[in-house]
Design a protein around this ligand. Structure first.
Ligand code: ADP
Ligand code: TPW
Ligand code: MG
Length: 572
């Protein structure tokens, strides 16, 4: 080819979007085709991007969010305009709430018609609607700006506190053409999209001084610590200081849950008794009772001091005063602390650590006895004991978990051994993440996925079992079938319709997986569950196990019963 013909070569919006994503290392897109992005999904696949096509955009969005959390690359969700965009928006908002990096890319209708509200096909001012629900939102109107648009989206999703970004691509953009060489030049490869943020030396010293003076120190690890991928440094900090630690749900496995310093089995004791608490990538939100009240009572309630490591400076003092804010990325902050520990660091008083160890032993012995029981109808404990053993045997498997009782019991019973192996309902306690997270976990890691699902929780994304079968993913879904939300025993006092929390009794969820060629198993006993789970993990075949759970075993809202508003009238 001569230089002349090369310069006449044209490219277009479709190809520039694909080239810009590829240039930035994006190798997978979670999507649902339709006008105006059908050809984008086809062309991206033809160009070697893995295209995972879903049955509902919310699950594609959840998959993108989980992929972002697992890989530190923004997960990409691609949807059509208005309704498709709105379906993806819940996932975008949830990703932002959880600090997971993702980009929701939606096609949109004719700007001129949308802005004059003249009634276009799928008309909606998507950019305006997305803005308050995500970290940043951009629209690209000209092909030559695609490179900048995608670069801005990537930087916004990854830098500082990670989060969701919306990118609006109007239909007309895709067919705009431009000179191929100029197009290539317009693309940007983002350099250092999540720059390290080194903490100030005086902030490091302040934190160390506080920690040094503590009689009852505690470290709380949050999902920010899991996201940060500085596992060795975090482990070194815990082990060198000898301080007991509590992992938040998705930080489980950063150190194995069986670690001697884990205080999970005596959580309420350490929260109430600690005098200095260091938060590492964990917010003092409702999941930590806002750092105050009964949970944080005890003898140090008025004098307790907090150290908080977070990349977001405005997180400090959001609920209680933070005596030693350590603002920076967790890797840099933890490394700086490690350096400052020196060789003469004194471990916490044995009075504190010994007391924790004794309580822990007692509680673990009690738990082991409960797990060993084998009631005639499976309950949460006897079923979860099976999964606990399976995860112990396959610590590389990824656990996805949602539901109420199914979530709360699984979180405390199923030990995790490796970082970033537990994905769950997160900061909102949202139902519906199950199959999207499971698909992403399988696609980006290739590891076996065990999705522990309440029967209600499963219903939110159940149709994606077809997606799991279509891509032949190593996902084993275990539905904890207790005939309803929390329990299956509610009755309508007036007769007629069933109670609002109750489902069809003895539903055959396993047949949903069979319908698409996967393996479906009905399990009434721990042995049946163990056998089916073992086969699923070994074979890697898409499997759904319908685990029949005693419908009386659960409690209202699991462990957060107290958050239910009480009727004032009922009390009279
Ligand atoms: P959990 O629910 O596990 O307690 P949260 O979602 O409440 O965790 O908190 C995660 C925190 O981690 C957020 O405040 C976020 O700003 C912070 N974070 C995320 N990534 C990093 C990072 N690389 N370095 C420092 N802080 C981070
Ligand atoms: C998007 C409210 C919290 S937990 C739950 C619902 C509906 C289901 C609990 O039943 P499940 O678990 O899954 O069968 P179990 O073991 O207790 O029986 N809509 C959204 N998010 C939330 N959190 C709800 C509703 C809810
Ligand atoms: Mg249920």
């Amino acid at each position: 080819m001569t230089n002349d013909t090369q310069s006449q070569k044209q490219t277009d919006g479709f190809h520039l979007v694909i080239d810009a994503l590829k240039l930035n290392g994006i190798d997978t897109i979670f999507a649902l085709p339709g006008i105006p992005i059908t050809d984008l999904t086809r062309k991206a696949q033809a160009e070697g991007i893995r295209m995972i096509s879903f049955r509902h955009e919310q699950h594609a969005g959840n998959a993108a969010a989980a992929a972002g959390f697992l890989t530190q690359k923004p997960g990409i969700c691609l949807t059509v305009s208005a309704p498709g965009f709105l379906n993806g928006l819940t996932a975008l908002a949830n990703a932002t709430t959880n600090c997971f990096p993702m980009i929701l890319i939606s096609g949109s209708s004719e700007r001129e018609i949308v802005d004059l509200q003249q009634g276009d096909y799928e008309e909606m001012d998507q950019l305006a609607i997305a803005k308050p629900l995500c970290k940043a939102a951009f629209r690209v109107l000209h092909a030559e700006d695609i490179g900048v648009g995608i670069a801005r989206a990537i930087r916004s999703a990854l830098s500082g506190r990670p989060g969701g970004v919306y990118l609006d691509l109007p239909a007309k953009l895709f067919s705009q053409s431009m000179d191929a060489a100029a197009g290539k030049k317009s693309l940007i490869k983002v350099v250092d999209p999540a720059p390290r943020q080194i903490p100030a030396p005086e902030a490091v010293k302040r934190a160390l001084d506080l920690l040094k003076g503590a009689k009852r120190p505690l470290i709380v690890l949050g999902k920010g610590a899991a996201y940060a991928q500085c596992d060795a440094e975090i482990r070194a900090l815990i082990e060198k200081t000898g301080i007991p630690y509590l992992p938040m749900s998705m930080a489980k496995g950063l150190l194995p849950d069986t670690h001697a310093q884990s205080a999970s089995a005596t959580r309420s004791h350490v929260l109430a008794e600690a005098d200095v608490v260091m938060l590492v990538g964990a917010r003092l939100n409702w999941l930590l009772s806002h750092g105050k009240g009964k949970t944080w009572g005890g003898p140090n309630a008025d004098t307790r001091q907090f150290i908080q490591i977070d990349i977001s400076p405005t997180e400090m003092d959001s609920n209680v005063p933070i005596a030693a804010p350590l603002v920076g990325d967790i890797g840099s902050c933890v490394s700086a602390l490690l350096e400052g520990l020196g060789s003469k660091w004194a471990k916490p008083p044995t009075e504190w650590t010994q007391g924790i160890a004794e309580r822990k032993d007692k509680n673990l012995t009690k738990m082991a006895a409960t797990l060993a029981l084998n009631p005639p109808t499976m309950n949460f404990h006897s079923a979860l004991n099976v999964i606990r053993n399976a995860v112990k045997a396959r610590p590389d498997a990824i656990v996805v978990n949602e539901g109420a009782n199914t979530l709360d019991f699984a979180r405390s019973i199923v030990d995790m051994y490796e970082p970033r192996k537990r994905l769950d309902v997160g900061t909102w306690g949202i139902m519906g993440i199950g199959m999207g997270f499971a698909v992403a976990a399988a696609v980006v890691t290739g590891k076996p996925v065990i999705a522990i699902e309440g029967d209600s929780a499963f219903g939110f994304s159940g149709m994606e079992v077809e997606t799991i079968c279509r891509y032949n993913l190593p996902v084993c879904v275990i539905v904890f079938n207790n005939n309803g939300i929390y329990k299956g025993t509610d009755v309508n006092p007036r007769g007629g319709d069933v109670a609002p929390t109750v489902f069809v009794k003895n539903a055959r969820y396993e047949m949903m997986m069979q319908a698409f060629g996967g393996v479906g198993v009905l399990a009434n006993t721990p042995d049946e569950l163990a056998k089916a789970l073992d086969e699923a993990v070994k074979s890697g075949k898409p499997t759904l196990i319908n685990a029949i759970i005693d419908e009386t075993a659960g409690t209202e809202s699991g462990r957060i019963t107290s958050l239910n508003p009480q009727s004032a009238a009922a009390k009279k």
